[in-house]
Design a protein around this ligand. Structure first.
Ligand code: GDP
Ligand code: MG
Length: 436
């Protein structure tokens, strides 16, 4: 899939990876290679230049902890590519729904209808296919055969010329979790097609109105997405035939640019060739996994791991506590600490209002401590407690409550070996301690 684009990007990155140091010339060369690759994939020149500028700007920003300059530059390339290829994480509702597929002739609507049905079938739902393409002679048989192949119900009316009538009848007769309606196409989005698809949708009242565009039209997908959106209010896009063209980069970036979310891509002619579109995974694959993934993982975890190791050695200070409250390391290996304090936001039953109040209170208390006190809580004597309470406008018992909580967590942390943490993760350990 997009082999040419992938090859050129990988080569460009390999070139950088082999070099000893990364300076401005290296980054300029890298950006030139990326430009060449993207323009060959029919990505809009304007987008390519914006992306180039961002990479050049970010390449020499302050290094995140744990990364070399080279690694940072590669990560920036990854992130900026994800940015133009569609930031959204894919999310598919597995609820009952009605789906309408729209698109021009030959875009892949009928095959995609069957692929989608197969997708939902594999998720344990009961899909049904409704054939409403009254324009193409063999459309009825094409969808019927596909439905048979995957063993899902099919509804169509061979001699009915009005698509809206077919939908009305189908709604009365077909029982399914996911109703997938295939519609007619035209060579262009003309008034006739717009009128028909609007009538179909008035009858159907679809939850998802999906535009099917073939990747081989490259950035012309932009105009199609806009036109169909004006006519129908599309909710998502499916980009088809990514296996069969070099211009897929153009189609994907153009769709994203219009604000339309690409939900699935198709990469072949069998009913199994449909995948959810995850821009991050897509770019990782373009650039060559698993190297990129390992690199991203490294950037995310070095910081947290350092802290985690320190804390597992019993060196859990009020500063660490404070970082947790500030949310600095919410997602890291220590994400469970907040839960332990009864402050976790995820999965906790405690009222968020109460949690937030408690968080704020502790934050103020911690802010009223000196740096020495936060680094070495043993320094906090009762006269200091009085001062801290006074400084934060809270009571002394509030300070003691905070310190008690801190102490019990620290004790527990000491009992946890880093090896164990690596094995079962923080959540596993909490379960072990009966805390979750
Ligand atoms: N290689 C490839 N061919 C595809 C893909 N999706 C559809 N096609 C082919 O494109 C042609 C038109 O597809 P069809 O579903 O009939 O388009 P429709 O006119 O929009 O209903 C058919 O020959 C399909 O097999 C794909 O992802 N990859
Ligand atoms: Mg068709």
């Amino acid at each position: 899939m997009l082999k040419a684009l992938s090859d050129t990007l990988r080569e460009a990155i390999d070139k950088v990876a082999r070099l000893g140091t990364v300076d401005k010339d290296v980054v300029d060369g890298l950006v030139k290679d990326i430009q060449r690759a993207l323009i060959a994939a029919d990505v809009d020149v304007k987008l390519v230049f914006q992306l180039s500028e961002r990479i050049k700007q970010r390449a020499f920003e302050k290094l995140p902890e744990g990364l070399t300059r080279k690694e940072h530059v590669i990560r920036v390339v990854y992130e900026e590519l994800v940015n133009v290829l569609g930031k959204h994480k894919p999310h598919i509702e597995l609820s009952n729904k009605k789906v309408l597929l729209a698109g021009l002739f030959g875009s892949g609507k009928t095959s995609t209808a069957a692929k989608l049905a197969r997708f939902y079938q594999k998720k344990g739902m009961k899909p049904a296919l409704i054939g409403c393409d009254t324009a193409r002679p063999a459309a009825y048989e094409q969808l019927q055969q596909l439905a048979q192949k995957i063993d899902v119900p099919f509804y169509g009316e061979k001699n009915e010329k009005d698509a809206a009538t077919i939908v009305r009848n189908a709604l009365r007769q077909v029982r399914a979790d996911v109703l997938i309606v295939d519609s007619s196409g035209r060579n262009a989005l003309d008034r006739e097609l717009v009128g028909e698809i609007q009538r179909v949708n008035r009858e159907l009242n679809a939850d998802e109105r999906i535009l099917v565009v073939p990747a081989d039209i490259g950035q012309a997908a932009r105009q199609q997405a806009k036109a169909f959106h004006d006519a129908l209010g599309i909710t998502d896009v499916i980009v088809t035939k990514l296996d069969a063209t070099a211009r897929g980069g153009g189609a994907l970036t153009a769709c994203h640019e219009t604000g339309a979310q690409v939900k699935f891509i198709t990469t072949g002619e069998t009913v199994e060739d449909l995948q959810m579109y995850d821009p991050e995974k897509f770019v990782s694959r373009l650039l060559g996994m698993p190297d990129i993934e390992a690199l991203l993982e490294k950037a995310k975890t070095t910081l947290d791991e350092k802290r985690a190791e320190k804390i597992m050695g019993g060196d859990f200070t009020l500063d660490d506590f404070y970082s947790q409250i500030e949310g600095v390391q919410k997602m890291g290996p220590l994400s469970g600490i907040l839960d332990m304090m009864g402050l976790g936001r995820i999965g906790s039953k405690m009222d968020t209002n109460v949690q937030e109040k408690k968080m704020k209170r502790w934050k103020y208390l911690l802010q009223s401590m000196t740096m020495e006190e936060r680094a070495d809580p043993a320094l906090i004597t009762s006269s200091r407690i009085r001062r801290i309470a006074h400084g934060s406008g809270r009571s002394e018992s509030d300070v003691r409550e905070l310190l008690n909580n801190y102490n019990s967590i620290r004790k527990m942390m000491k009992k946890i070996s880093p090896a164990k943490l690596k094995r079962s993760g923080m959540q596993g350990l909490f379960r072990q301690f009966g805390m979750k």
